[in-house]
Write a protein that binds this ligand. Structure first.
Ligand SMILES: C[S@@+](CC[C@H](N)C(=O)[O-])C[C@H]1O[C@@H](n2cnc3c(N)ncnc32)[C@H](O)[C@@H]1O
Length: 273
């Protein structure tokens, strides 16, 4: 790309991106951090909204794309920290839409992937409020890509697990980690840092080798992104020693080892975010 083309966006008006009518709630995914990963639909929504309620993990640079002067509220749910109750967030969305505002509920990553977007959409539907869901780039896949780890290759795997490390409060829906291990498929874990020692134990019990490659990608796609390369038996202790905490994605499986071949030649997009 020549210097004159750098940072120049094409005229997008021919795309006829949708009009945001008053009284609707739109739920776009903001991606994992780097604003370059926003979809055009999300940018179009930001440009029209009257009020934004955003998750804790939404990057400030994304919020800078909002229409100037509008109200911006943090409505984040963040593990371990006081945050508004889910039913209060949904009730607020319904009330604001009822006032005839264009309400933007901005979610980190993809709104329907571990983001409670499904629950909020259900609440809006039950209240008779029209909504639009705009998919986003989910942290599990972007985190891997920014760490130069392919989620699949034909030589290594024909599938991948996207799972949460947070167990559902009702035991009926707890993940059978040893059964996941027995499939041999790579495992990409969201919200797994707190329970990593127990998860690793369960995966070893399911037959994964102690030397299985593990990558932990913290603050994926942001300038401060960190990647820890380790193995299943050492992952919890090394993450602890390195002070790696949430938000982080944990990738487990042979795909992680591909990073060694790719990283020396790959240009990190995180450096530009
Ligand atoms: C409540 S979930 C939301 C997931 C989001 N809806 C998505 O699709 O990415 C929050 C978890 O996503 C992961 N996450 C989100 N943003 C991240 C980032 N920039 N880097 C690493 N992990 C991230 C972390 O595991 C974090 O605990």
């Amino acid at each position: 790309m020549t210097d004159s083309a750098h940072n120049r966006l094409p005229d997008l008006t021919f795309l006829r991106l949708p009009h945001f009518p008053p009284g609707e709630v739109w739920l776009p995914g903001a991606g994992p951090g780097d604003p370059g990963l926003l979809t055009l639909h999300a940018v179009n929504a930001l440009a029209q909204a009257d009020i934004i309620l955003h998750d804790a993990l939404v990057d400030d640079a994304v919020l800078r794309l909002a229409r100037p002067g509008i109200a911006v509220e943090s409505a984040g749910k963040r593990g371990g920290r006081p945050s508004p109750a889910q039913q209060d967030i949904t009730a607020r969305l319904i009330a604001l839409a009822g006032q005839g505002l264009r309400v933007l509920r901005l979610k980190g990553g993809d709104p329907f992937v571990f983001g409670r977007g499904g629950e909020e959409a259900l609440g809006l539907a039950q209240a008779g409020i029209s909504f639009r869901v705009i998919p986003g780039v989910t942290a599990g896949l972007a985190g891997l890509a920014y760490a130069n780890i392919p989620a699949t290759t034909r030589a290594t795997n024909h599938g991948v697990f996207l799972v949460t490390g947070h167990d559902a409060p009702d035991t009926e829906h707890q993940l059978d980690w040893p059964a996941v291990a027995r499939t041999g498929l790579p495992i990409i874990i969201y919200m797994g840092m707190k329970r990593l020692p127990l998860i690793a134990q369960d995966l070893l019990a399911g037959g994964l080798s102690p030397g299985t490659p593990v990558a932990i990608v913290r603050d994926a796609t942001r300038k401060q992104q960190r990647v820890l390369m380790t193995t299943l038996e050492h992952a919890a202790a090394q993450a602890d020693a390195a002070g790696l905490r949430s938000p982080a994605i944990i990738a487990i499986g042979e795909i992680v080892a591909l990073r060694d071949a790719l990283a020396p030649f790959a240009i990190s997009l995180a450096e530009t975010s």
